[in-house]
Design a protein around this ligand. Structure first.
Ligand code: FAD
Length: 395
């Protein structure tokens, strides 16, 4: 029986596996998904963990039951190398190291946080990409909240969607004690977002008193503060927490490979290799987004099936459906098809329910929907804290 190994169970890998399992195979292959974690992570709702609008179980369901119901195998461990000639992967798991042969392999290992951009960031700044990162931030916030200090000063490096969404949620969580500062080298927040979303975000960030330093670089992070540079002048500011949302790099697994991907997501030199999602983004010229990885998964699965059955492979075509940006509890901006803008509580609800439809499996969607409906009925969604009306200097 042929074996298809899918490396990485994020938006690209997990949905490729689920699509593969539904295709009409002439000879059913064995499918095996490998990930270092034991759970999928619905990253667009990770911010909501900080405001208790979602639970970890809702956004990080374990792989094992999802995959076993679809007839897909799962192995947890770190893929440490990929031998394209011998068609084998080396996996370091809890039970030791093993070599797994494959017939086809799908690379969907995403990318990694880049914390070495400025001195001190790796040691003193917190990244925000994984469930563990969110839980670590939750603990740091809880300690500061319990400290009794009048102000909690948070500096966020990067005013792209991750920085802006964090700022909105933290502003609501910390209320009047929060002193939140967003720092970015660019001349505007959300530089890659549709204008309707940017305009609304600027207004909401201003209403919440979030301090924004544009055309400003973070040049150092230290134990109790951050150093910024604006127009050649450096200034050090105290900070209780520094959050790092800028930069990413290819996983080390890919660094020795040169991916020559065709638009079909198949390697041109190695027809048994397919790649998609964030790790393939630089080779295909797409941005690294969940929306793209999710759409590529359907193509990747179909093309592997077509490759096995001697059919023509289809080039991936991206259909931009729009963008949601969460701006706090019950507050969001949405640009449908990147043009039609809605905002406020309506956008927050539309975002939440559209995301539900992007979660894996009907079973999981149904369980989360029941819990969300239950909390709406019980009024358990936390209310937004009082908003500040004037920007507050973070000092
Ligand atoms: C906080 C946050 C919010 C985001 N919000 C949005 C949003 O609103 N909209 C949007 O479009 N995009 C969003 N993104 C981006 C989105 O999450 C990524 O583009 C998307 O997850 C890419 O999917 P992927 O499958 O390529 O990689 P990932 O989802 O990162 O999955 C990669 C998987 O590979 C595993 N892996 C990696 N290396 C190895 C290895 N060597 N061995 C074993 N396993 C390995 C990882 O554990 C992971 O499960 C957000 C990202 C973050 C961090």
């Amino acid at each position: 029986m042929a074996r298809i190994c899918i490396l990485g169970g994020g938006f690209g890998g997990l949905f490729t596996a689920l699509h593969l399992a539904k295709l009409p195979w002439r000879h059913q292959p064995e499918m095996l998904l490998v990930d270092r974690r034991d759970h999928f992570l619905f990253t667009p709702l990770l911010y909501e963990v900080l405001t208790q609008e979602v639970s970890c179980a809702q956004i990080a369901p374990p792989f094992a039951p999802i995959l076993s119901r679809a007839g897909i195998g799962f192995r947890q461990g770190e893929v440490t190398s990929l031998d394209l000639k011998a068609k084998k992967i080396v996996l370091r798991g809890t039970a030791g190291t093993e070599t797994i042969p494959y017939d086809d392999v799908v690379l969907a290992v995403g990318n990694e946080a880049l914390l070495d951009l400025v001195p001190g960031a790796r040691e003193h700044a917190l990244p925000f990409r994984t469930l563990d990162d969110a839980l670590a931030l939750n603990r740091a916030l809880a300690n500061l909240e319990a400290s009794g200090s009048e102000k909690i000063r948070v500096c966020i490096a990067g005013a792209g969607s991750s920085g802006v969404e964090l700022a909105g949620k933290l502003s609501d969580r910390l209320g009047d004690r929060g002193r939140i500062r967003l720092i970015d080298r660019n001349a505007q927040v959300l530089p890659h977002s549709p204008a309707v979303n940017r305009r609304h975000a600027e207004r909401i960030l201003g209403d919440r008193g979030i301090w924004i330093d544009l055309q400003t670089s973070v040049v150092g992070v230290d134990i109790g503060g951050i150093t910024l540079e604006f127009q050649g002048v450096r200034e050090s500011l105290p900070a209780d927490l520094v959050l790092w949302t800028v930069g990413s790099r290819s996983p080390s697994l890919l660094q020795s490979l040169s991916l020559d991907l065709a638009p079909t997501l198949q390697s041109q030199g190695e027809p048994h290799l397919f790649a998609l999602g964030d790790c393939a983004a630089p080779f295909l010229g797409y941005p690294a987004t969940a929306q793209i990885a999710f759409q590529q998964a359907g193509y990747c699965a179909y093309n592997i099936w077509a490759h096995h059955h001697g059919h023509r492979l289809l080039p991936f075509t991206y259909v931009p459906l729009g963008e949601f940006v969460s701006l706090g509890v019950d507050e969001a901006a949405a640009a449908m098809f990147n043009v039609i803008g809605i905002h406020g509580p309506l956008a927050a609800q539309v975002r939440r329910w559209v995301y539900l439809l992007r979660m894996p499996t009907l079973d999981h969607q149904w369980r989360v929907a029941r819990e969300w409906l239950g909390s709406l009925v019980d009024h358990q969604v936390p209310n937004r804290s009082a908003r500040k009306t004037e920007p507050v200097a973070v000092e």
